[in-house]
Write a protein that binds this ligand. Structure first.
Ligand code: COA
Length: 170
């Protein structure tokens, strides 16, 4: 899978991406908006483990955001099980030096279309922490609709806050 977009390319992670992944991911401004399984600090070993994990994932639903040949972020979706098997949760992050250029929006639109076109999925959704204005904007620009405010659903960095649920339906 390779999607060539205007601002970036989406492709699988590969050996050799470790250094740029660790450098871009090692950022509290990214970690604060993600689940705690995303490490902080983010070491070279964390990047190696992550790339290995994405190589083993089947089906392949996790992609590097590649700018000028360098993996500077990630985007992926996780297909749910049981009665939720036509739903998937989507998530993404991007190195801070690339923010504000429309990269995440373009990547989200492309992966959303890719997921609907290639998998038996009818619902993609994302949970955004209440302070994350830029991700809310990215979801809106990609055509996701606000569905719910889950009160005090998140405890991150010692703060318990609301989560906004956004979804796009095929
Ligand atoms: C969220 C994230 C992926 C956005 O990436 P990006 O490439 O900068 O996003 P884009 O440039 O496509 O769009 C950002 C939008 O947010 C807007 N924005 C940025 N900061 C904002 C703020 N404080 N308040 C309101 N809007 C804001 C930008 O103006 C832009 O909207 P516009 O095009 O209407 O002007 C990136 O900031 C990131 O990796 N954050 C940490 C991880 C994260 O939050 N992941 C998502 C978890 S749900």
């Amino acid at each position: 899978m390779e999607l060539i977009l205007l601002t970036c390319k989406l492709r699988y992670f590969k050996d050799g991406d470790e250094e740029s992944v660790a450098r871009n991911a090692n950022n509290k401004n990214i970690w604060i908006n993600l689940r705690d399984f995303f490490p902080h600090p983010y070491t070279l070993q964390d990047a190696k483990n992550w790339i290995k994990q994405t190589e083993l994932t089947n089906p392949k639903t996790i992609f590097a955001i590649d700018v000028n040949g360098i993996a500077v972020g990630g985007i992926g979706f996780n297909i749910k099980e049981d009665v939720y098997h036509r739903s998937a949760e989507i998530g993404y992050w991007l190195g801070e030096e690339y923010w504000g250029k429309g990269v995440a929006t373009e990547a989200l639109i492309a992966v959303t279309n890719y997921a609907f076109d290639n998998f038996d999925i009818v619902r993609l959704y994302a949970g955004v922490y209440e302070w994350n204005k830029s991700s809310i904007r990215v979801l809106e620009k990609a055509g996701y609709n606000f569905e719910a405010r889950l009160q005090k659903a998140i405890t991150k960095n010692g703060k318990t806050v609301d989560e906004f649920l956004f979804a796009k339906i095929k």
